[in-house]
Design a protein around this ligand. Sequence first.
Ligand SMILES: *Cc1c(COP(=O)(O)O)cnc(C)c1O
Length: 423
Amino acid sequence: MKEYINLEPETWALYEKILPDLQNVFAKIEEICELNTAKVLQAFWLNHVSEAHFSQTTGYGYDDIGRDTIEKVYATIFKTEDALVRTQFVSGSHALAKTLFGLLRPNDLLLSISGTPYDTLHEVIGIEENPSSLKSFGISYAEIPLKNDDFDDEKILEFIRNHQVKLIEIQRSRGYSSRKSLSIQKCERIIKKIKEVDSNILIMVDNCYCEFVSDKEPSEVGADVVVGSLIKNLGGGLAPNGGYVVGKKELIKLVAESLTLPGEGKEVGPSLGINRQFLEGLFLAPQVVSSALKTSILASALLKELGYIVDPEPLENRVDIVQTIAFGNPADLISYCEGIQSGSPIDSFVKPIPVDMPGYKDPVIMAAGAFIQGSSIELSCDGPLREPYMAYQQGGITYESGKIGVLKAVNEIIKKRKEEVHE
Ligand SMILES: *Cc1c(COP(=O)(O)O)cnc(C)c1O
């Protein structure tokens, strides 16, 4: 590796120092990868995936056998009655929005039990005013914050006893917040309690970044609908866009009619040549998620060793592929992002600079040199320039390339520290 990658001797030494400690966690990740690979393969076998399914439809997309088979494969993996896996979903945010619009009606109440939802849903729900929000259609919203990084069971149960709630949203991954992500066990516990009080409440889980990190998915522990993005875990780095929704048949029908049109639902939606990428991406996804996890763990260990506050800690049990690093000062955050960018396969020569972004009060720096725009299953790192100068890092399609990106990023910090000593 040293022949091709120029790093400070201190960076190599640090890498060699921390590596032995990671072998046990890596082994656990490989076990989960094996289990999920078997899960995916079995779903391919049961649904008789064949070369014919790589075919495409155009126009209306009637009788798209590839698309329909992909949806059966997803339903098998998630152990649900049905699935909607479409290129017509722009990304995860769109799939989440369509699910909410499909399942909620005027005068319904939507409740989030994992605090404020992901940023892109604020205008969808009407937390931020928008004339097209759910709120504008008379759908009201309430939220219950987490308590000590877990569901606040007592408050949640009290709320649903006193209000007629139609749908509960659970967001597992932390988004741009500093809370912990929510494990399958925690989801299982709260879903069971909610269903005991009122079995009619629909539970929707935003599963972004969490797929194939654990041995189970939320639909296996009682969630009615599970939603995610194909430019994250399940796209395996090959899906050029898209989103998925899995769940009960009648719910998927409603979501499909919200995505396309009432009366046609799942029957329309041309696959436009995307079926092979969706299938192969899904086939690779367990391995890709495993690579992204190892990349995050390596970053966590290296940066902890350099004295930064990392979350999760290197050896901590993980729920998603996201790693946060609190740099505590803007210069280190910028150096790290520059290093990530310089290790990317695409646009390695570009220097990321903090810029103002819609929806953010402070400038944001983003490092991503990806094959697919905005893909965050590919190694990427971003953070707003404000206290505590937190970087959100995720992805790494192969561990080897993710590792090199992280080493180059850490090297930028080590170089800067050496320069400071010399000054
Ligand atoms: C990324 C993400 C989304 C949105 O997915 P996109 O594909 O980026 O639109 C929603 N929720 C969470 C928790 C996420 O991490």
